[in-house]
Design a protein around this ligand. Structure first.
Ligand code: TA6
Length: 296
């Protein structure tokens, strides 16, 4: 757990708070407001001024040590999804790990810039070499930029899968379309992992859990109810994951409430399943994503 005393001075508009036992940063500027859990360096909410949350947090999210609150942008690393070892945590150790806040400042545009580094733990040292460093940085303003960098300081290649598991706030799941993945191959985790090719725009009418492969394209979510389009640009990511649990799965999760699944869709930028990343000795792998919310 990040100890409060180790924080650097915080820029104007950013303050320390708590949600239950978890320390949070809360920020507000002329451009946006946000909240971030120091556990997991997990952005919980990003809301451009005058809009409803673009990065969305479940109203039923639980704030407990060792648990990633439902929503925001959980950092899935150094593996995405379940691990072959059944006792290893789903989506890796970064999203519940202890991170150190290395940098907190306003940039030349007045955006808030935050940079964190994952601290090794007894658990993590059993799972990957401690000379593998992970950092995440956020630039929060009228747009949101997230950069996840893996540095390999060992003498052997390091293989990983990863994702920024982003929950986007929407008007209603039944009135939405997702563009950018047309004619892209995907693995359908709701249909026994079978492989398909996307025909046309994506609309969601039931549990959806798809890993789109070898795609670097821009995606956008058109939301007629909130009268906005959320545009997602990415670099260093070959997979785009689209997920909505729908009603039955949502009930089993226990932290989405009865209708929370209707107000969210996950569009996750990462490198998953076939798209394993191998970081050469001494090399750095960079996953970068930018979110822009535009009026329709
Ligand atoms: O990204 C989609 C997914 O892998 C789903 O299969 C579902 O497990 C979701 O992540 C949420 O996982 P979590 O461990 O946060 O409940």
């Amino acid at each position: 757990m990040t100890t409060i005393s180790t924080l650097p001075p915080l820029p104007n508009g950013v303050s320390l708070d708590h949600e239950g036992p978890l320390p949070l940063l809360r920020g507000s500027s002329g451009a946006c407001s946000f909240s971030l859990s120091l556990q997991g360096a997990q952005l919980l909410n990003w809301t451009p001024k005058g809009q409803s949350p673009v990065v969305w947090l479940s109203p039923d999210a639980k704030f407990l040590p060792g648990k990633s609150p439902r929503g925001g942008i959980p950092i899935c690393w150094p593996w995405f999804g379940p691990h072959q070892q059944p006792n290893y945590p789903a989506h890796g150790v970064a999203r519940t790990g202890e991170w150190s806040l290395l940098e907190a400042r306003l940039d030349e545009h007045g955006d808030v810039f935050l940079r964190f580094k994952l601290l090794p733990s007894a658990e993590s040292q059993a799972l990957y070499p401690e000379e593998i460093d992970l950092e995440v940085s956020y630039r929060l303003g009228t747009q949101l930029e997230v950069e996840l960098t893996t540095h390999n300081h060992t003498s052997t290649a390091f293989e990983l899968t990863e994702a920024l598991h982003t929950y986007l706030g929407i008007g209603d799941i039944s009135d939405l379309s997702i563009e950018g993945l047309e004619a892209t191959d995907f693995i359908d985790k709701v249909d026994q992992g079978t492989r398909h090719r996307q025909k046309g725009l994506i609309q969601i009418a039931g549990e959806t859990d798809r890993v789109y492969l070898s795609t670097q394209t821009r995606c956008s979510v058109t939301d007629p109810i909130l009268q906005r389009r959320i545009v997602i640009d990415k670099e260093g990511s070959a997979s785009t994951i689209v997920w909505n649990p729908w009603s039955e799965k949502a009930k089993s999760l226990g932290d989405l409430g009865d209708s929370g699944y209707r107000q969210m869709v996950c569009i996750e930028s990462g490198n998953a399943l076939d798209n394993v990343v191998s970081v050469a000795p001494g090399d750095t792998h960079r996953l970068w994503v930018r979110y822009t919310s535009l009026p329709l």
